[in-house]
Design a binder for this molecule. Sequence first.
Ligand code: TYC
Length: 99
Amino acid sequence: MATGIDFELEEKIKVKYPKKYKVFLLNDDYTSMDFVVDVLMSIFHKSYEDAERIMLEIHKKDRGLCGVYTHEIAETKVVQVMKKAKDSGFPLKATMEEE
Ligand code: TYC
């Protein structure tokens, strides 16, 4: 088409958004509550109040949503959690799944 309008529309339709991934923290019996709150604040940038609420949700329901990110960022968050936990001697685990 020569109008230019359809061309613009076609370009817009073709836009592909990157898939998003949910990152969860998992409950366990050994990681301290304070450490989980610290992880949520330092790695997931939660406020103290949100971090405490999410930590208690994980404690009661076995896992909790920490954030939704692109694949690369989600993967980085999981690695950061595992490293921080390992360095502190806690068995805390993080997982990611496609939204
Ligand atoms: N269940 C842990 C305890 O009682 C606390 C905890 C919360 C551990 C959240 C992991 O992702 C977690 N000390």
